[in-house]
Design a protein around this ligand. Structure first.
Ligand SMILES: [Zn+2]
Length: 171
């Protein structure tokens, strides 16, 4: 802030209306607003029976999280996916706490990042891209009644981890 502006702020009588009011405008988002993934949990908020179309999109967004997590080697991914129609808005960047605190606002939930490997459930998009499932998935263990720390889903392959190229499994 320049010295001249500071002087004007000290003398309130000389402040123009632009200094008294702040307006924030956002693009109107028509259509039904849908929250797909919360920033504290990398699973779809929606239930497949209640909103199958939206759930399918949420599954794809979950896959993009896994892809980001893979590409950035467990350092960062996007969350808080929401929007209407084909417009997503107001995402949250989640970062590994090793990068430091106070990054990307209060929505960068430490627990939201740290639970990713345990709570992300690979889906058909992950499978198609040949992303490796994480060793421990607490949700799958809960569903199967397991209590140990063993993997309940074997890695799909021993390859180097590239995500390029096609895949014959189009299920
Ligand atoms: Zn996955």
């Amino acid at each position: 802030m320049t010295k001249a502006v500071l002087e004007r702020l000290k003398n309130k009588d000389s402040i123009s209306p632009s200094f008294k009011f702040t307006y924030m405008l956002e693009e109107a988002i028509p259509g039904e607003f849908v929250k797909y993934i919360h920033n504290g949990d990398p699973r779809p908020i929606l239930e497949p029976e209640e909103a199958p179309k939206e759930y399918e999109l949420a599954q794809f967004l979950c896959f993009t999280q896994h892809l980001q997590y893979y590409i950035w080697e467990g350092v960062v991914f996007l969350s808080d996916y929401q929007g209407a129609g084909d417009l997503l808005t107001d995402p949250q960047i989640l970062t590994n706490s090793a990068l430091g605190e106070d990054l990307f606002s209060l929505g960068n939930l430490k627990e939201g990042f740290e639970c990713f490997e345990k709570r992300h459930i690979c889906n058909r998009y992950c499978d198609w891209y040949e992303l490796e499932p994480f060793d421990i998935n607490e949700l799958e263990e809960e569903e199967e009644g397991g209590s140990g720390g063993e993997s309940v889903r074997a890695p799909t392959s021993e390859k180097s981890g590239t995500v390029e190229g096609g895949h014959e499994n189009d299920s």
